[in-house]
Design a protein around this ligand. Structure first.
Ligand code: APR
Ligand code: ZN
Ligand code: ZN
Length: 359
């Protein structure tokens, strides 16, 4: 199989010809149709999370099952599947309590060597997936069977961006109709938060991003206002739009301690701050000790949009099929696997909402 690997180089991924291990009894081999390029892939390359070199990156994909192990019961050869970057075992303490995003088997399932590299040595796969490849061998807990006519290039985004963003609005925050929402960071995930807030019936949605493309797209996807943080304190700008109070819900969708603190300030007294972005492993952010009491704000972590993937993937696909969620505006560009590094360049240059790698 061909795949794009993190080799310890923070600047580029390397395309290598790998030899996967034969699938185990609970493994599924998936031919990847399309894989989106998310900021978390770049963050891993940049050392946000300590990782051994020799890892296939990519965690957002749709494809088709080509082989299953003897004990696989959830999918069969020929099924269309969307990858779940947190496995959902369905049987652990968290999975049984509708918190499959915290599945207890995550580490055991995702931290496996999956085969060998050309020069010898094993390789592993990001989140147990490794979607920047033509094929992937994954545990059956890491895929969800779907039935839809959507093209792979659009369906792939269900796997991370759509589910994380829409889930943040509908599951984590449970945005109320008529609410005021501020979204700090309007990349692929932030745009999905905006659409989720629109679907929830928010009456004011304020997009905050320094890149003009992101602000322009946000205004077409449901944002009612767009704020450029380069044009003055974003907190003051959001307060000016919300009667001086701030937003009922403030989402941080970047992954930096500074912007997490800004998000805290964007929320009104009694409001909610939802941390969607993935920061560096060792990073900390400060909260005002008096203020958290006096202003009674709630800070919520949001992993994978608090999604129950077997319930939510079909639900979010239906939102796309019924045109309540606009997916085409989110897929800016498609590229082949060989051009993977170009996708990261375009992401950092602010030229795209999402690049999708197609087979
Ligand atoms: N204020 C507002 N927006 C900012 C700021 C800032 N100070 N700094 C960066 N941004 C914006 C960028 O301009 C960009 O539009 O944040 C956006 C990030 O978008 P992407 O790079 O497309 O990232 P995305 O894939 O959406 O992921 C966002 O969610 O899943 C996590 O790891 C991921 O932490 C990352 C976050
Ligand atoms: Zn992602
Ligand atoms: Zn579980």
């Amino acid at each position: 199989m061909r795949a794009a690997l993190y080799t310890g180089d923070a600047g580029t991924l390397a395309i290598e010809q790998l030899t996967p291990n034969p699938p185990g009894p609970r493994d599924v081999v998936v031919e990847i149709g399309a894989s989106g390029v998310c900021h978390s892939d770049l963050s891993l390359m940049r050392g946000y999370v300590p990782l051994p070199p020799g890892m296939v990156l990519g965690h957002e994909a749709a494809g088709r099952v080509v082989e299953v192990g003897a004990k696989v019961s959830r999918v069969k050869k020929g099924d269309r599947v969307v990858a779940s970057f947190v496995p959902s075992c369905g049987a652990c303490w968290y999975c049984l309590r509708e918190q499959s995003e915290l599945c207890e088997r995550e580490n055991e399932i995702t931290m496996q060597a999956r085969g060998t590299r050309p020069g010898g040595g094993m390789y592993m796969c990001m989140t147990g997936l490794g979607t920047f490849a033509d094929v992937m061998t994954v545990d059956e807990a890491s895929v969800v069977k779907v039935e839809t006519q959507l093209a792979d290039a659009q369906l792939a985004l269900i796997s991370c961006g759509v589910t994380t963003g829409v889930g943040a609005a509908l599951n984590t925050a449970k945005v109320k109709p008529g609410a005021t929402v501020a979204v700090l960071g309007c990349g692929g995930v932030g745009q999905a938060v905006i659409q989720g807030a629109r679907i929830a019936g928010a009456s004011r949605i304020i997009a905050v991003d320094p890149q003009h493309l992101k602000r322009d797209v946000a205004l077409t996807l449901g944002a009612t206002d767009a704020v450029d943080p380069a044009k003055g304190d974003p907190v003051a700008q959001v307060q000016a739009l919300t009667g001086g109070r701030g937003a009922d819900y403030a989402f941080e969708v970047i992954g930096l301690p500074e912007t997490m603190q800004t998000a805290y300030r964007l929320a009104r007294r009694g409001g909610e701050v939802i941390i969607v972005g993935m920061a560096r492993f060792e990073a900390q952010f400060q909260l005002p000790a008096f203020g958290i009491f006096f202003e009674q704000k709630t800070v919520k972590g949001c992993k994978y949009g608090s999604a129950q993937v077997r319930r939510d993937f079909p639900r979010f696909i239906e939102l796309i099929e019924t045109r309540r969620f606009d997916i085409s505006s989110m897929v800016s560009r498609t590229l082949k696997l060989d051009a993977i590094n170009e996708a990261f360049r375009a992401m950092e240059a602010g030229e795209v909402i999402r690049t999708v790698i197609t087979s």
